[in-house]
Each structure stands twice: as C-alpha cells, then as structure tokens.
Design a protein around this ligand. Structure first.
Ligand SMILES: Cc1ncc(COP(=O)(O)O)c(C=O)c1O
Length: 354
C-alpha cells in the first residue's frame, strides 16, 4: 500500500478527552523581565558550573548512575534520612508522575485542594483516576471534607502553590492519618524558614515528601527533584522510572548545588526580604496580597487580566491563570531587585496610561 493511503493508528481513546498541562510561557528572544514561572533569579553557584564542566569533559559517552547514588547520599545526609528513602527524578514533576502511576487509577481517586498546583489533576486523568477537589475557603485551613479520607492519594504543596500560603503542621499531621497516601510537595519549602513538615512527618508510613532543585537551587533547566519517604514506597517507585532517568550533567549539577548550599541559602534569604518588600509595595498599589511563603506572591486586583496583558506588551511577564479561584489576580515571581522594580514601575506607568 502507498504510504499516503495508510491512516495513522489511533492512540488509546481516553487521550481524546485528556487536557494536557499548560506550563508557563518561556518567551523567545531577549529583553524580558521574566517573573512567570518561579525560577531562581540569580546565577548558578561556581560549584555547579565547575561540576558540569568536569562531568562534560570526559564522561558524556557513558550512561549515568541509574539510581543517582552519590546525589542520594548527599540528600540523605541533608534531610536526616537513609539513602534508600530517596528517589531522584527528572524534576519533581517526574516524581509526582511516578507516584500517580503507582497509586492512582480507576477507583483510586486523588484528592487535592483548590487553588493548588494544576498539574495534579492532569496526572490523575492520565492514569484514569477521578480527582476530588476540596475548595479552600480559608487559604490557611484545610477544608473539613478532605479529612473524610475518601481518597487513595492526596497531593498537597506545603507551602501551597499559586498563592503561597502554608497549612499549619498540625493539619498536615491530621491529614496524614486520614486517608491513603499523603504527598507533601515541598517545591517552595526553602522559602519558608521554620516551616518543616519533613521534620514532623519524617517517618510517617503514609507520607512522601517531594523536593526540587528548580526553585531554591536555581536548576530548573537541568531538571532534578526527589522523593523522600518510607523505603517500601520508594522501592515501588523505582520500578516505574526509566533506567537512566536523571542524566549525568544533572546529577553533577545537583551535587554541585548542594556543595554551594551556603550561597543558595543566602540568596533565598534575599528573595524572602524582597518578597516582603514586594508585598508591601503591591498593597500600596491597591492589590490584596496574602502572606506568601514561596518565591512568589499572588496579587489580586480587579483589573488583573488587563494588567497582565499590558505588562506583557512591555515585556514584563507574570503568570495569569484562568483557573477557578485564580482569575482575579496575577502570580508574580520574586526576581532580582532590578526586576522587581521594573515590575512596580511597569504597574505605575500603566496606571497612568488610561
Ligand atoms: C508546587 C510545585 N511542585 C512541583 C513543581 C515542579 O517542579 P520541577 O521543576 O522540579 O518539576 C512546581 C513548579 O512550578 C510547583 O510549583
């Protein structure tokens, strides 16, 4: 048969109805003030660049360590657990997908709050699981309905994504004992000093903690994250990952980042100070800004959708979500002092445009 006459075979039917996750925009070309995807605004530590250079010089022709042993050892030490309690992934998104694969499916529902990280719902649908959404009335209080525990897994960022508020540890403890698996997504944990769900729930048999190098270690571009949890659950996740899921350069970069931990801690402290300043400045400009514990703030004002577009026209990019509960505001990543000032200047200039 002529290849032009053959039709493409159909993928599995559930894909017709599946909506893909939409990541934040990565604009092309230079000149942008990019405050839309919660990246780290400062350069990499010298240890990171040196580690990548060293690794790239000789060994890129050799497969990487399949289980990221050296990195797991360092992470175990940092978090006070054993290396067998850690799985390293290609970003924490991969870790979340592995957990979804292992736990969710038809009759194995996911619970999540709203608003939260919008990827969770997509992962549930990829594995045919129903998502049970628990809307937040109070941003710092888990709704009573979630403690019913009628879910197989609950994915919860601590601090929460998009708004940046944090649920008290006692509520997380209660949730851990309420249902199936509790996944505490710690993507923003290093911007919340003194808030430590891992310490309180380290050895809980039903809790997996996730971590990423994308935010507080500035490695979003090389993709490294990890899960920390009970050994049997970590062993199950290992069975589902690609044999070589984290490449050599990424493993080396993450080890370099941990060696430069003091540098990153100092930069995170600056980001926290800038976050306080931005909260105050945005409030002065009529925004409502809940106290954030992440490297971003969520700023509500009636003109948010139009303002987002006008800022973008000036090459200042923040994140605007059309999702329920988020339409009235913009999520703004904390950048360098210059970037933060450019955003405030942009808002002021637009304010006088009309
Ligand atoms: C709550 C949360 N979890 C996980 C991620 C993904 O992190 P990674 O880059 O490690 O895949 C993000 C990214 O924005 C996030 O906001």
């Amino acid at each position: 048969m002529n290849s032009n006459q053959k039709t493409s075979p159909s993928p599995r039917p559930f894909l017709d109805g599946l909506e893909a996750y939409v990541p934040g925009e990565q604009p092309r070309g230079g000149g942008w003030v990019k405050l839309n995807t919660n990246e780290f605004p400062y350069p990499a530590a010298p240890q990171v660049l040196e580690a990548i250079r060293r690794e790239a010089a000789d060994t890129v022709r050799i497969y990487p360590d399949p289980t990221s042993t050296a990195l797991r050892e360092k992470l175990a030490q940092r978090n006070g657990v054993e290396p067998d309690q850690i799985l390293v992934g290609n970003g924490s998104d991969e870790i979340l997908r592995l957990i979804a694969h292992a736990f969710l499916g038809p009759d194995r529902p996911l619970a999540m709050v709203l608003p939260t990280y919008t990827l969770y719902e997509v992962l549930a649908s990829q594995f045919g699981a129903e998502t049970r959404i628990h809307k937040l009335i109070d941003l710092e209080r888990l709704p009573d309905s979630i403690y019913k525990g009628d879910w197989t897994a609950c994915f919860l960022p601590a601090p929460n994504a998009q708004i940046g508020t944090a649920f008290p540890i006692r509520q997380l403890e209660r949730l851990a004992n309420a249902g199936g698996l509790l996944v505490l997504d710690g993507a923003y944990i290093d911007f919340a000093p003194g808030y430590d769900p891992l310490k309180e729930l380290k050895d809980h048999p039903a809790v997996i903690h996730t971590r990423t190098f994308s935010k507080s270690f500035g490695l979003a571009g090389v993709r490294v994250g990890c899960a920390i949890g009970p050994k049997p659950l970590i062993a199950a996740l290992h069975k589902l990952r690609d044999s070589y899921n984290v490449n050599r350069l990424s493993q080396a970069a993450a080890i370099g980042a941990l060696e430069g931990a003091d540098y990153y801690a100092a930069r995170c402290a600056e980001i926290i100070e800038s976050r306080k300043m931005m909260t105050r400045e945005l409030e002065k400009r009529g925004f409502v800004v809940p106290e954030s514990h992440g490297n971003f703030v969520f700023a509500r004002r009636a003109d948010a959708p139009a303002l987002y577009e006008k800022l973008k026209a000036r090459k200042i990019l923040v994140r605007y979500f059309r999702h329920s509960g988020l339409e009235g505001g913009m999520r703004i990543t904390i950048g360098t002092p210059e970037e933060n000032q450019a955003l405030l200047d942009g808002i002021d200039a637009i304010g006088t445009e009309c």
